[in-house]
Write a protein that binds this ligand. Sequence first.
Ligand code: CO8
Length: 260
Amino acid sequence: MEFKYIIYEKSEGIATITLNRPEALNAFNKEVVDEVLHALEDVKSDGNVRVIVLTGAGEKAFSAGADIKAMKGMNALKARELSLMGEKLCNAVENLEKPVIAAINGYALGGGLEVVMACDIRIASENARMGQTEINIGLIPGWGGTQRLTRLIGKTKAKELVFTGKMIDAKTAEQLGLVNMVVPADKFRENVRQFAAELASKAPVALKVAKALINKGADMSLDAAISLEREGFGVVASTEDLQEGVSAFMEKRKPMFKGK
Ligand code: CO8
């Protein structure tokens, strides 16, 4: 597929998907969502890809959310369609069996923040600004924001952000536990690359099972989730990569994991 609204690159086990509609601050329309979903399908079937970085083109925005201009005259059916579209995207990111890093290079607002929250790791540039700003245009988050935000930072702060629609800076987002780390703007791409490379060097099956356990287990009873962990542990323990990890430890060398 020819991509028009994203840049899709793969190198050294890292696939980078760059939202590329800077004239609209990388706002999501149907075409952007379709292209990201296509790239995620490719990532799924490419055994060489170990980790995905999702980011925005330009210095200004990761994404300013769903395309507001496409909402003019929107009826209930169209709104439902738009909501489903974002839900599909967020679920595809969350359920992908490889880690996804959100590299937040600027604004992540509305649907932009909702996509960020579906990622596994969030790295923000110091000049990033985040918010569930939908209330300012008379809307609510419709791509899982009320739920994922609450699960990430708790009801108290989630209500404050959703009710006021205010933007917060990267440091505040880090203090709230919304992002993993904040890095200087001039070292942003380099730091994201280093973090991605670190994840790409880990055992893929272990990463895949750990991601599924943390995501699924968070919505289960502790007892059921721990049982699930036991089963997952059994699967990971049966991989060739575990034997490689043990051998590498004993031979005092770096392990070379193959995802088997
Ligand atoms: N959609 C479409 N175009 C956008 C969007 C957007 N979300 N955000 C910015 N743009 C466009 C602007 O219209 C402008 O284009 P033009 O030059 O043609 O007028 C261009 O991008 C640059 O933007 P600004 O001139 O506004 O840049 P500023 O630096 O002055 O301001 C802001 C930057 C503060 C980020 C400002 O653009 C802004 O507030 N944007 C809107 C952010 C927002 O509210 N996002 C939430 C959207 S709603 C949503 O995501 C809901 C998801 C769930 C949907 C469920 C469906 C029912």
